[in-house]
Design a binder for this molecule. Sequence first.
Ligand code: FAD
Length: 404
Amino acid sequence: MSMIDSVVIAGAGQAGAWVARTLRSEGYAGRIVMCGAEAEPPYERPPLSKEQLVPGAPGMTYLIGAEEFPELSVDWRAATSIEKIDRASRRVALSSGRWLDYGALVIATGGRAHLPPIPGFDLGCVFTLRSLGDARRLRSRLLPGSRVLVVGGGWIGLEVAATAVQAGAVVTLAEMGPSLCARSGSPALSSYLYELHASKGVNLRLNTRVVQLLGNGQDGCIAEFHDGSKHEADVVVLGAGMRPNSEIALEADLDCDGGVVVDAAGRTSDPAIYAAGDVAVLRTSDGRKLRLESWQNAQDQGIGVAQSLLGKPVQYDPVPFFWSSQYDALIQMAGNPRDATQSLVRGVGRQRTHIGLDSSGRVVFGMCINAPRDIRMVRRSISDTSSDRWQPMDGFVADGSLTS
Ligand SMILES: Cc1cc2nc3c(=O)[nH]c(=O)nc-3n(C[C@H](O)[C@H](O)[C@H](O)COP(=O)(O)OP(=O)(O)OC[C@H]3O[C@@H](n4cnc5c(N)ncnc54)[C@H](O)[C@@H]3O)c2cc1C
């Protein structure tokens, strides 16, 4: 058992909650203090762009309910940010003005919505989506017939577009690049998403950059696009990616590179400080730097950090996994499409599986639409190093959809 007498967790989100929960479930008896900038207990964010945006949204499921903190003997400080790390004296400054000592510190501060440098992004009709508070504010504006402009064709923008359409809104989506979800690296996915949203009536405008937002004299906005054309909307939702909340680490001179750099044990460049979740950049065994923005990663890396704190050997080496649900499509992806040199496909339309193979025929990526059994095989296959690993044969045909 570790000799660490107290663990302070910065951030009461998905990763932070799993650190606390795992520490207790694996027998840690020392003090745990969890400081969260939000007033809410830790909750899962995926519902925020889906069921939480519609009228009559169900109650949230908390990762640790407020009543559970005393049972777990975790000192949860709600609406309390960690503002500074003093590494020399191993203490942190809180937004309450107090200081707190730590034996080990875990940075699990996630990220915030990126605000593109567009004049007018601070107008009342402009929304971002990262927290439950954001979802509640946006929900009250997604009404039948309301004109919604989504800026950004990434995951959050597309999920908001789908939810808004289903709420009866009239949706336009402006993406400055030539394809949707281009960052995911799969041309097959981009074209699938385009067809899906177009078929549901979303007005998709690719290669379209918003240069300015102006008030329309009522509650709405007028967006000006790069070509001078204008578009009026009641609600504008910015889905322009996120930025990791790594400022406290940077100011404390920890190794940061687009997030807080950690090793496979979750340790930062200071052996008493760990990081997990969206804020953490994993230095992989082959020297790559990997920052994942996904529910699965936040949970698994949080669990790994807790085990490291308990003195267990941890080699966190994740197979990236992400899912999204839009309309009636469950989209699940595992692995990295950029590692694929050939691709196979099975199925058509609303149910299909794309597989990426490397030059040795090994499965390195899968994108499954409404095919949950296939994604299980893909995930198992990517991590399986044995020679009798899954060979995707039945019904698969070669195509260039991932590699073209
Ligand atoms: C709208 C939305 C939909 C999503 N949908 C999916 C999905 O369908 N599938 C999927 O795989 N992933 C999805 N994700 C991503 C997933 O939710 C995140 O990857 C995950 O929440 C990351 O967990 P985290 O603990 O690292 O950060 P977070 O969950 O963001 O938690 C970090 C917490 O730290 C707090 N904080 C920040 N700075 C400080 C500080 N200095 N001191 C104290 N507290 C601080 C923040 O306020 C926040 O509460 C979605 C994310 C969003 C926003």
